[in-house]
Design a protein around this ligand. Structure first.
Ligand SMILES: [Zn+2]
Length: 252
């Protein structure tokens, strides 16, 4: 999730990464997407390997809150509440000391929550938002985003990919580019709704109040003129809120 003023690109680009959308025409994007699908598709194991590299490089550039810091303790409680494994993938939670209200997850179970988001939200709201990010992991959205980011970079020639990728060797700057694309990844409205529903179900199963899922995203929607990729003034946001509200009413 990331606040950007580029939501108008969403309708056109769907789940395709914004960086790609901004630099390629739809035709070129379609062509490169097709090429990519044929030649540069990362296997699930490759996705995890590239995500591991990307996440550890991001960690190296960030200031990470200590486990016994105020933020570290808060996130540990939230992690205990949500669980440490998602769809068979162990989840690794960390707080970045960064005032941006942001959080993201990668396909390897790397979940990073920024202190700026924690300052903004209650623990229950964070559970809702982190549950939504876990949904993107569990439902394969982050895997697809990684495959798309890699394939798009490969099609552009930014990464020298081979057809049979058994080991992915990337330079620091290539990983940096991928990280930038992944953290700014925009998911489709359908994927967002699926992740909302996943979070609702997870919170319900774990005995947590699903209300935080609604109020957390409402807070994000009010930020930055509603320009939040997680929950924005983009058409569909009202339906998303309504979806979760009606599920809460059906499951008091
Ligand atoms: Zn999302």
């Amino acid at each position: 999730m990331k606040f950007r003023n580029t939501l108008t690109a969403l309708g056109l680009c769907g789940a395709v990464l914004l960086a790609g959308c901004e630099t390629l025409s739809p035709d070129t994007m379609m062509q490169s997407g097709m090429l990519a699908a044929q030649s540069y598709m990362l296997s699930d194991a490759d996705v995890k390997q590239v995500a591991n590299q990307t996440c550890s490089q991001m960690d190296g550039q960030a200031t990470i809150a200590g486990p016994d810091s105020r933020y570290g303790k808060r996130l540990r409680q939230i992690a205990d509440n949500l669980g440490h494994t998602i769809a068979g993938t162990p989840v690794n939670y960390k707080v970045y000391l960064n005032e941006e209200p942001n959080a993201w997850a990668m396909a390897n179970g790397c979940v990073r929550v920024y202190s700026g988001l924690m300052d903004l939200m209650t623990d229950n709201e964070l559970e809702g938002v982190v549950g939504h990010e876990l949904g993107h992991v569990a439902l394969g959205h982050t895997r697809k985003a990684m495959q798309t980011a890699y394939a798009t970079a490969a099609a552009r020639g930014a990464i020298a990919a081979t057809g049979n990728t058994t080991a992915v060797a990337l330079s620091r700057s290539q990983i940096g580019d991928l990280a930038e694309e992944l953290i700014n990844a925009q998911f489709s409205q359908r994927q967002e709704t699926e992740a909302d529903n996943f979070s609702f179900d997870l919170l319900s199963q774990r005995g947590l109040n699903p209300e935080g899922l609604v109020t957390g995203f409402e807070k994000l929607a009010r930020l930055n003129g509603g320009q939040s990729s997680l929950f924005s003034s983009h058409p569909g946001s009202a339906e998303r809120a309504e979806n979760i509200r009606s599920r809460i009413e059906r499951n008091p």
